[in-house]
Design a protein around this ligand. Sequence first.
Ligand SMILES: [Zn+2]
Length: 219
Amino acid sequence: MGSAGNGPFDYYADGDWNAICSMCGHKFKASMLRKHWQGLWRCEKCWEPRQPQDFVRAVPDIVTPPWTQPDQTGTLIQTCSFPQTLAVAGLGVAGCMVAGRTVSNLADYISAIPFSIPLPSISAPLDGDTVSGVSVFVTVTSTNLGNVDYGYIQVDGVTVDSSITNGTFSWDSTGVSNGVHTISFTVVDLHFVPHSTSISVTVSNAPSVVSTNFYSITV
Ligand SMILES: [Zn+2]
């Protein structure tokens, strides 16, 4: 029924017609082709289903934050760092000390409190006074007594009282020769640094009396 040169589907079929596969180009009966998902028609060998991933319903990522706020201005936390050494002038830094800090050792104590150097003074006798007797009252005190560890009084460099920081000490001036002598008062602060002041006094005691009994000798 077919003629030479015709393809295998060049025959009459009622209600059918010839069609070319859009993929391989071969001729088929139209009823043998299937519509591909991309729109054109293909033969049975060329037809393929759509990739299943194409049907996955993905939720798009939200790339815009729902709300924002301005950048914060940095607030630095101040820290204190002191060398744990002897007293240094200006050691106390305003705003750096912490009230009520637990003090467990001297180094902590040094860095915990603002430190004011104690300054000793001698209020009596006055510098240049003449003194005498067994009870010369030497009155001493110091500023910042809370920062004083201990104090002592010396006469000409010899310690005569080693336990006074504030008060009056009775000094026996008869133990030294008449003339000018130096009375000094020293307070040692909590950093073990001594602070001193001194005055000069003139000691004028009556010569020693060997005896008050005089005998007349009649020859
Ligand atoms: Zn085909």
